[in-house]
Design a protein around this ligand. Structure first.
Ligand code: BGC
Length: 495
């Protein structure tokens, strides 16, 4: 029997073992999140600034220094952003590794880079050690972010694929929250609190390392590499049933189709591959241009800018981190019921309002020197939470989910690498230029992000098709060929 993705025939139980595999793999997301969350707090710690960026510390102490500019320093931003440049390059290497050696090995290598990075950064004495540490973290992120979402999608029972994929994002948010809590604690430890913050990344890295030894390789990856018998046994193991014929046949069929494509990259550049490629890249570019990482990286800095003390600022970022985690559960429960588009559109409205009102308040009330009164400062924190909340149930998880479910198997790893690297490039840009932009644009930076969010709303309305409930193998027929705009790309039969 040839089954090309009729989900009704796929039998499975959710076994403890498969849940265990999801959770251990999702630690890759936790590492990514920890890295995102840790740098903002570390770069606002006085001990860290005095040791590596004394001139920034000097600026910070100046009572009359411009509020919006006190942290603007290209090297300080390079500390945060270098990680993403390394991750960008590494995600392409990881896509090759995923195809040649499998998802599990790629996760394993990623965890080694994370552990080396944690040790080097914690021992950091010189600037170069910090930067090399960030680059090693970046390679780990590139490997993890390419392999983990693919791993989760491939080992998930097909009817729960959306929710299982979002576990990656859930662990990203948990990682950010843990980092915020760690920073809150270590900011009270002098002079080496920042070392603890950076070094503690080694703990989840160790979990990921152990996990990568214990978890299975995905059946698709085993079969794709010619290990049919092992692939079948693994499928039986993770599905918890003996009768896996339909799903096994479907994977074998997808592998046969994929095998005919000798040059996935060439195939990816053909006209008929453009719809998922354009959508995958734009989902990630837009995800970043919501301005989320201006908040995630620099929340403590931002809160200090509006006049909070160092401790209150770190505490406020713990609050935004908690909102981020809890709101992600909304998408886990809603994504396969309400669909992707509704969540994305609702979030565009909520995010647009939050960014605009923050901009108006800061423009009207925050002068270059002095600080906001308590009332408006609290309103800004509430608006930041509203923004983070809507991002967490929409563009956050969907940025990873949609690119992972719209490519056919033959272009999936390569196509997904383009999506991952677009994310990294834009994350790099925001991390690198946000503080300078804030210094030059002042409160208008928030209107800049609001304008992007407006464009994103139009994108969802006119260009983003709904993929809820459509089996991956049938996306081309049921989605792209039916869409007013994208069907024009599907007319030709590229070889
Ligand atoms: C994004 C990160 C962001 C995080 C916030 C992820 O999906 O890729 O850049 O910091 O969500 O939760």
């Amino acid at each position: 029997m040839t089954n090309t993705g009729n989900e009704g025939d796929f039998k499975s139980k959710i076994t403890a073992y498969v849940v265990f595999c999801w959770i251990f793999a999702a630690f890759g997301g936790l590492m990514f999140g920890y890295d995102i969350g840790i740098s903002g707090g570390v770069t606002s710690m006085d001990d860290f600034l005095i040791k590596f960026f004394p001139h920034v510390h000097e600026k910070k102490l100046h009572a009359h220094e411009d509020n919006y500019c006190k942290y603007d320093d290209p090297n300080l931003q390079l500390f945060t952003s270098s990680l993403y440049l390394a991750a960008l390059v590494a995600s392409f290497a990881a896509s090759k590794l995923c195809t040649m050696f499998g998802r599990r090995s790629t996760i394993f290598f990623g965890s080694l880079f994370f552990m080396a990075a944690a040790v080097l950064s914690a021992l950091g004495e010189k600037m170069w050690m910090l930067i090399v540490g960030r680059i090693l973290f970046g390679i780990g992120v590139g490997f993890g972010n390419e392999a983990v979402p693919l791993f989760l999608s491939e080992v998930a029972p097909v009817q729960h694929r959306g929710a299982v994929n979002i576990l990656f994002q859930l662990f990203v948010t948990i990682g950010i929250l843990i980092a915020n809590l760690v920073n809150y604690g270590t900011s009270k430890v002098h002079p080496g609190g920042w070392r603890i913050s950076l070094g503690l990344a080694g703990v989840p890295a160790l979990f990921l390392f152990l996990g990568s030894i214990i978890i299975v390789e995905t059946p698709a990856s085993l079969i794709e590499r010619g290990h049919h018998e092992k692939g079948r046994q693994t499928l039986e193991k993770i599905r918890g049933v003996k009768d896996v014929d339909a799903e096994f046949e479907s994977i074998v069929h997808a592998c046969e189709v994929a095998e005919k494509v000798k040059h996935p990259l060439k195939k990816l550049m053909q006209k008929s591959s453009m719809p998922p490629l354009i959508i995958g890249i734009l989902m990630q570019v837009f995800q970043q241009f919501t301005g989320i990482n201006a908040i995630m990286f620099y929340a403590p800095v931002l809160f200090q800018t509006i006049g909070f003390g160092s401790e209150a600022s770190l505490l406020s970022s713990v609050v935004t981190g908690l909102v981020n985690v809890l709101s992600t559960f909304v998408s886990i429960f809603a994504v396969d019921k309400l669909g992707r588009r509704v969540l994305l559109l609702q979030a565009c409205v909520q995010m647009f309002i939050s960014q605009t009102v923050i901009g108006v308040i800061l423009h009207a009330l925050l002068k270059p020197t002095g600080s906001l009164d308590k009332g408006p400062a609290i309103v800004v924190v509430v608006l930041v939470c509203m923004f983070v909340m809507s991002f967490a149930w929409s563009w956050g998880p969907m940025g990873w989910l949609i690119p992972s479910e719209t490519f056919p198997l033959e272009t999936r790893t390569a196509g997904f690498a383009f999506a991952v690297s677009s994310n990294m490039l834009c994350t790099f840009l925001i991390a690198q230029v946000f503080l300078s932009m804030m210094c030059h644009m002042k409160a208008f930076i928030f209107f800049f992000f609001a304008a992007w969010i407006f464009v994103m709303g139009l994108f969802v309305v006119f260009l983003l098709p709904e993929t809820k409930g459509v089996p991956i193998d049938l996306i081309a027929d049921r989605v792209w060929k039916k869409h007013t705009v994208w069907k024009k790309f599907m007319d030709d039969q590229d070889a």
